[in-house]
Design a protein around this ligand. Structure first.
Ligand code: ATP
Ligand code: ATP
Ligand code: CA
Length: 217
């Protein structure tokens, strides 16, 4: 069934939640105080609006009370995140999920009635562990807290497609460092190089992007 979601705050987390919900066919309103962020979501959401999530009038003028689910993904501005959550619960929104930055933020959100509190960094740690045991990910090298290299088995739909066709860097933000085909190793493939079934992709990128790449391929 088609559901209605509003996402307030379009950092990496808010964007990935919105894009996925939209892809799954749901009605998605994306909101940010920053116009550039809002414009970037025009194609990946149903409606995209500039508004201050910590301002009651602005929220009401978005028609936010018509949404069953609202996700507060405001990051560093903890004060705005708390105020926004409080306003949404006061307006009677049934399901308000909020991204928390830290333990104290979490405690306050809990007190004011957030229905679910999300810790992407913590959850990501768990998922990384799952990456390690996933059958697509062959190897995983942590370069820093944020960046990794993964060896991923090429899915069959990539067969005979070039990097340009697949538009990998633009779509997922990851870069293919190399293609392993049996004993052959193509280091730094060109954009025209084609992938074949059973190739192994050596992919570098931000962990969030690598995860997105693995899950959507
Ligand atoms: P992520 O880790 O998911 O990338 P982040 O922790 O970097 O996110 P920020 O960039 O601090 O998060 O905030 C996410 C978004 O929330 C930003 O695009 C910012 O413009 C937006 N934002 C901040 N304050 C408000 C507000 N009062 N109303 C609406 N959006 C806001
Ligand atoms: P970009 O916009 O990504 O910096 P570009 O506009 O110079 O690249 P090309 O280098 O011709 O264009 O590549 C076209 C597209 O092919 C890129 O946008 C990217 O999505 C994909 N691509 C090319 N090389 C790679 C690579 N090594 N790994 C992942 N994707 C690639
Ligand atoms: Ca962050």
């Amino acid at each position: 069934m088609k559901k209605q979601f509003a996402i307030i705050g379009l950092g990496r987390f808010g964007v990935s939640v919105s894009t996925e919900l939209h892809k799954l066919g749901h009605e998605v309103l994306t909101v940010d105080i920053n116009e550039t962020k809002v414009n970037e979501m025009v194609n990946d959401s149903t409606y995209s609006s500039v508004a201050d999530g910590a301002d009651e009038k602005s929220l009401r003028s978005l028609g936010i009370t018509n949404f069953d689910h609202v996700i507060v993904a405001i990051g560093d501005n903890i004060q705005a995140s708390i105020l926004c959550t409080l306003l949404l619960k006061e307006m009677g929104i049934e399901s308000v999920w909020v991204k928390a930055q830290n333990y104290y933020h979490h405690k306050v959100l809990d007190k004011i009635g957030a229905d679910k509190i999300i810790h992407p960094e913590h959850d990501m740690g768990n998922r990384i562990a799952q990456h390690l045991v996933s059958d697509k990910v062959i190897d995983y090298i942590e370069l820093s807290d944020d960046f990794s290299i993964a060896e991923i088995a090429a899915p069959s739909f990539m067969n005979q497609k070039s990097l340009i066709d697949l538009n990998i860097r633009a779509r997922f933000g990851v870069t293919i460092l190399g293609l392993k085909r049996g004993k052959q190793f193509n280091i730094s493939p060109r954009a025209e190089d084609q992938i074949q079934e059973n190739d192994i992709l050596i992919v570098i990128g931000h962990k969030n992007d690598l995860k997105r790449f693995e899950e959507n391929t």
